[in-house]
Design a protein around this ligand. Structure first.
Ligand SMILES: [Zn+2]
Length: 111
């Protein structure tokens, strides 16, 4: 399960951040997950429950912001949201990815 190893590195980063701030616990971890990042948000939440056990992140709130897949047409510049393929809805040309591949830690709150 990809989400478990991803969450392990997120918790690891959060714990290191807390140690740097000499914090006793982690209150909140906010993530940005793109629709095309390959990560299933439900699995990530489940992984968080598992991985945070017996760490200072155990009581933390996990906030996940889902970022939609957005494209910009290489031909006409039209920007649009898409579920699957990045083909312009106006002219049918290929589009480049603007967002949707994020796999970011947005913020970590410690105490
Ligand atoms: Zn177009």
């Amino acid at each position: 399960m990809h989400e478990v190893s991803l969450m392990m590195s997120i918790i690891d980063t959060a714990v290191k951040t807390a140690e740097q701030e000499q914090a006793k616990r982690i209150n909140r971890i906010a993530l940005q997950i793109g629709a095309k990042s390959g990560v299933v948000i439900d699995s990530l939440e489940f992984a968080f429950e598992m991985v945070s056990k017996n760490t200072i992140a155990e009581q933390a709130t996990l906030e996940i912001e889902a970022i939609p897949l957005m494209g910009e047409c290489l031909n006409c510049g039209h920007q649009f949201e898409s579920k699957e393929f990045l083909i312009c809805e106006k002219c049918g040309n290929f589009a480049k990815v603007l967002s949707g591949q994020e796999l970011n830690i947005k913020s970590i709150e410690v105490e």
